[in-house]
Design a protein around this ligand. Structure first.
Ligand code: ADP
Length: 445
């Protein structure tokens, strides 16, 4: 994800005040992605093995049968609609399930099958005839813990004697109580209380320790230390696993601090590129003129689905109203919506219920909507210093190899400043952005 340097109250290029546009936290973004993803993200990137155990060669599997899972677990996996392991699972699962257990750090973008991989590992290792906790999974938030719990319960549908519980805020335990759940999924703060203050878990009997969403974890104050304190209570030979969507230096450092002698695998995100995008700019004197041009475009050409980016919530709401008045089916994704509301808006758009999605930059961060063919920068992306934000530009209109399709980007320019920004973007990517006449759109048909 792009780093935020958003300062509330900073004006936009038109001198308009930025209206309390709130960016989702890393944890909320992750939750939104989970709520939206119902299938694997396809990727052409190759899995990289960054570190391996010299004594045990890594191998990969092409089927779930090859893993010798308990029949009731295999049944659950198939009932979830998983026919074969995802790219990361092909290599991760044999290592995760190996005996003696190996520690692992795995990085790949969301939607590539990490959760399914570690849930499968916990379920495969747990012995439900023993009435104590054998697996612990740490998640950054209550909501994310519940999300993992859902996957666990689904996959364990036929493991009828399995008990799962949640160590999250609101779940009370009392000193001296012994938890008989085989798997505990929780947040670091509550889990630390359970194991150190209330002593309701015998940490020495835990066989699998999972740290999920490590990148989100380290973005949350206190989680890093709490996770390390929990990890220290475990046996040396407890299997320790860490998963992360990104793999920056700070994540890497944290990962190595909590997971000793790991196998490290990484499936890097495919680079976005502008190579099959036609880029244009249109000169307009002001906001009204931009709207007029937009209206002409939607009238003149058949646009499949499009996204329109505005700098402020106010512009986005204004534009939305104007377009609806013209009879367009428009959805608005903006800063004041909750994660659930955002997920609902995006889902409707994905299902084609609306053809146009108007959004602000911050609201759309990190969301991939594949079927969009036209992207309109109603306002060019700028950072808080009002300089061209090329990274955001690329993310708005760029495509990865997996989407492949051709696309069109339309950039509105209103004056000298925004022309400079456009030139900056053009030279940064070294790809021409051609002028389009606001009256004549034949060229883009
Ligand atoms: P991540 O944890 O990397 O975000 P998930 O494990 O949540 O990825 O998987 C993303 C989506 O793909 C989920 O909807 C999940 O049910 C599905 N999925 C995971 N593994 C497989 C698989 N082997 N085959 C088909 N679908 C899968």
């Amino acid at each position: 994800p792009v780093a935020t340097n958003h300062v509330p109250g900073a004006g936009d290029a038109n001198g308009e005040a930025e209206q309390d546009e709130k960016e989702l936290s890393a944890a909320e973004q992750s939750l939104l992605r989970k709520k939206l993803s119902n299938q694997l993200v396809a990727t052409k990137a190759d899995l990289e093995i960054l570190q391996k155990d010299p004594n045990s060669p890594l191998y990969s599997v092409k089927s779930f049968e090859a893993l010798n899972l308990k029949p009731e677990l295999l049944k659950g996996v198939y009932e979830m609609g998983f026919n074969s392991p995802s790219k990361i699972q092909e290599t991760a699962l044999p290592t995760l399930l190996a005996d003696p257990p190996m520690n692992m750090i795995a990085q790949s973008q969301s939607g590539t099958g990490k959760t399914a991989a570690f849930v499968l590992t916990m379920l495969s290792r747990v012995d439900t005839s023993k009435p104590y906790t054998q697996c612990i999974c740490l998640s950054p938030t209550f909501e994310l813990a519940l999300q993992t719990g859902k996957v666990t319960e689904q996959m364990a549908k036929h493991m009828t004697s399995l008990k799962v519980c949640y160590a999250v805020r609101g779940e009370r335990v009392s000193r001296g109580q012994k938890i008989d759940s085989h798997i505990i999924i929780g947040t670091p703060g509550t889990l630390l209380d359970w194991c150190i203050k209330f002593k309701v878990i015998d940490m020495k009997r835990v066989d699998v320790f999972v740290l999920d969403e490590a990148d989100v974890m380290i973005a949350t104050q206190g989680h890093q230390d709490q996770s390390i304190r929990i990890q220290k209570t475990l046996r040396k030979d407890c299997q320790m696993l860490l998963f992360s969507a990104t793999y920056e230096q700070d994540v890497m450092q944290f990962a190595k601090a909590v997971v000793p002698n790991p196998v490290i695998i990484s499936l890097r995100r495919e680079e976005e590129s502008l190579s099959n995008i036609k880029q244009y700019y249109i000169n307009c004197k002001d906001k009204e003129a931009k709207f007029q041009a937009l209206s002409n475009i939607y009238g003149a050409i058949t646009v499949g689905q499009s996204m329109i980016f505005c700098h402020t919530r106010r512009t986005a709401a204004w534009l939305c109203e104007k377009m609806i008045a013209e009879g367009h089916a428009v959805a608005l994704l903006s800063g004041e919506l909750t994660v659930e509301q955002r997920a609902a808006v995006i889902e409707r758009f994905r299902d084609g219920k609306e053809k146009v999605l108007i959004t602000t930059n911050l609201s759309a961060r990190g969301i991939d909507i594949e079927q969009v063919t036209v992207v309109v920068n109603f306002d060019l992306p700028v950072n808080t210093q009002h300089q061209a934000d090329c990274e955001t530009y690329l993310h708005r209109i760029g495509r990865t190899g997996r989407f492949g399709k051709n696309g069109i980007a339309l950039n509105f320019v209103d004056g000298h400043r925004s022309m400079q920004i456009l030139k900056c973007i053009e030279s940064h990517f070294n790809r021409a952005i051609n002028k389009l006449d606001a009256e004549d759109f034949d060229e883009i048909e």
